[in-house]
Write a protein that binds this ligand. Structure first.
Ligand code: ZN
Length: 309
């Protein structure tokens, strides 16, 4: 009899607790699984991480899924990564054209628990015009266009607001403040290329197609949409004659990918090399030094503006 009473008491207190918990949730958070005020979001690679952090602000924590120093084109998530995504309140990735595993790899994720946000959703992706075997593949590099980046931030904000309606005002305020920075960045790019006569540039991989289109520039890429792809001998010969006949003075390469071909082409044509980052694999050191998407985009602008000098 005594035992029975204690069971009833336990049941009672449990349901009391549950009632209490529910009350807390309705005032502070719509999500029952996390702590009342802190949300947990996982984002795939650096720009997605920074955009999401800007929107979330003080409301929670954002984790970078793809380890610093890796690039997202070839990345395959581990079982541990999938657990991380499943445990999170929301998951942000760029697009199915980049994180290809996110199209069917997410079947194991309970999307009632984890809100899945595809940041590039709503942006019409262009087909690659790369003169390569990747021709016709969709170009995922929208984050490198300061205007399309604003759309991505908005999509992240809307997705998070759907999951956490009681935080939507804060997300909106945070997103607007960050979009303001992107809009300033856009103005800097516009001003730099407004009267440029030289509008062509040669890059290592075809990451700057949207940026080029935005500012009426022309990208000529050594390899295709994925940095791994090697150009053919015929393509290299074509590039060589492009550099020579278009008065190209600089060939852009990336610090963290295979830059050998870009260097060879620069050597053979006698032009300089400069770094242009696709912001795909930011290093831990850079992150610790306070390097951001905005700061790299400004460095890219300084570097790219040299084509007109
Ligand atoms: Zn890329």
């Amino acid at each position: 009899m005594k035992k029975m009473a204690s069971v009833i008491l336990t049941l009672l207190s449990t349901s009391l607790f549950a009632a209490c918990g529910n009350q807390v949730e309705t005032t502070n958070s719509s999500d029952a699984s996390s702590e009342p005020n802190q949300i947990e979001v996982v984002a795939t690679f650096y720009p997605m991480y920074e955009f999401t952090k800007a929107v979330v602000g003080e409301e929670g924590q954002v984790d970078l899924l793809i380890p610093a120093g890796n690039e997202p084109h070839e990345y395959e998530p581990s079982a541990q990564d999938m657990t991380k995504i499943s445990d999170a309140d929301a998951f942000v990735f760029n697009s199915q054209a980049l994180e290809k595993w996110a199209s069917n790899g997410l079947d194991s994720v309970n999307q009632d628990k984890t809100k899945v946000i595809e940041a590039a959703k709503g942006i019409t992706l262009s087909e690659s015009d790369a003169n390569s075997e990747e021709a016709g593949e969709l170009d995922p590099h929208v984050w490198l266009d300061p205007v399309l980046a604003q759309k991505e931030v908005q999509t992240i904000e809307e997705g998070l607001a759907e999951k956490f309606p009681d935080k939507s005002e804060t997300f909106k305020k945070n997103a607007d403040a960050y979009i303001e920075k992107l809009s300033d960045l856009d103005e800097e790019y516009q001003a730099a290329f407004k009267d440029a006569k030289q509008r062509s540039f040669v890059t290592q991989h075809a990451a700057f197609g949207y940026l080029a289109k935005e500012y009426d520039l022309k990208q000529e890429a050594i390899s295709g949409i994925s940095p791994e792809e090697e150009p053919s001998a015929a393509r290299l010969a074509e590039l060589k004659s492009f550099v020579e006949s278009n008065d190209i003075k600089i060939i852009y390469f990336e610090e963290n990918a295979t830059s050998k071909v870009a260097e060879t082409l620069a050597d053979e044509t006698g032009v300089q090399t400069e770094v242009l980052s696709p912001i795909e694999g930011i290093t831990q050191e850079d992150m610790d030094d306070g390097v951001t998407y905005i700061s790299i985009m400004k460095d890219n602008l300084k570097s790219l503006a040299k084509i007109i000098k």
